[in-house]
Design a protein around this ligand. Structure first.
Ligand SMILES: [Zn+2]
Length: 216
């Protein structure tokens, strides 16, 4: 059932995305251009760009899935907000790069289900078991929309800022000709230690300084 829904979504997304509007977005790390994009299922996403990203040179890219609690509410349960800020800072330093801000909250299970999962974690489950206990996949995210988003702005070679090898594989499977990983430091604190350990142990995330992995 879940895979049928995923296939349906994939077909719908690849059928087309629509660029709704764009504007300047000044931030602490410089002025980005923010693009509003809607997919064929009506979901609203954002893309931030800075500099000439379509000149054929490899581009710093962050593929960031929405985490309202981490990105906007300063939660210490995860390090999403820290990773987003680090990526924007690096792009600002380089004066060139892209952030895809994908509206798939809670690794794809939605905001309130994420809070349910947090409740189970308060009672001792780890982040993977909590999702499974709620009847979801450990990671329900989907990256297929990245292809039309990046193609639209002429980005084909990625310097992907991530600790998640699954994202490199996903970009490779989508046909990007060159994808190189740029490690992002984890922001460990007493509240997210177990969460980060579970991501490392059970989901293959890589937190040690191992930049330079390539999928070509
Ligand atoms: Zn988060």
């Amino acid at each position: 059932m879940e895979s049928a829904i995923k296939d349906q979504r994939k077909r719908a997304v690849l059928a087309g995305i629509h660029f709704v509007a764009s504007s300047q977005l000044p931030t602490y790390w410089g002025t980005f251009v923010v693009h509003g994009i809607v997919d064929t299922l009506g979901k609203e996403h954002l893309m931030l760009t800075m500099g000439d990203v379509g000149n054929g040179e490899p581009v710093l890219v962050r593929i960031h899935s929405e985490c309202l609690t981490g990105d906007a509410l300063f939660s210490l349960r995860c390090d999403c907000g820290f990773q987003l800020r680090t990526a924007m800072e690096r792009i600002g330093d380089a004066r060139r790069g892209v952030v895809l801000y994908l509206r798939q909250e809670g690794r794809g299970i939605g905001l309130h289900n994420k809070i349910r999962a947090y409740g189970l974690q308060d009672d001792g489950a780890d982040t993977v078991d909590a999702n499974l206990r709620l009847g979801f996949a450990a990671d329900a995210r989907d990256y297929v929309i990245c292809k039309p988003m990046l193609e639209h702005i002429g980005v084909h070679r990625l310097l992907l800022m991530t600790n998640n090898p699954a994202k490199l594989v996903a970009m490779h499977d989508l046909g990007f000709e060159k994808v190189e990983r740029v490690a992002v430091p984890a922001m460990r604190n007493p509240h997210n230690e177990a969460y980060l350990d579970a991501k490392e142990r059970r989901m293959g995330h890589v937190f040690a300084g191992s930049a330079g992995d390539r999928v070509e």
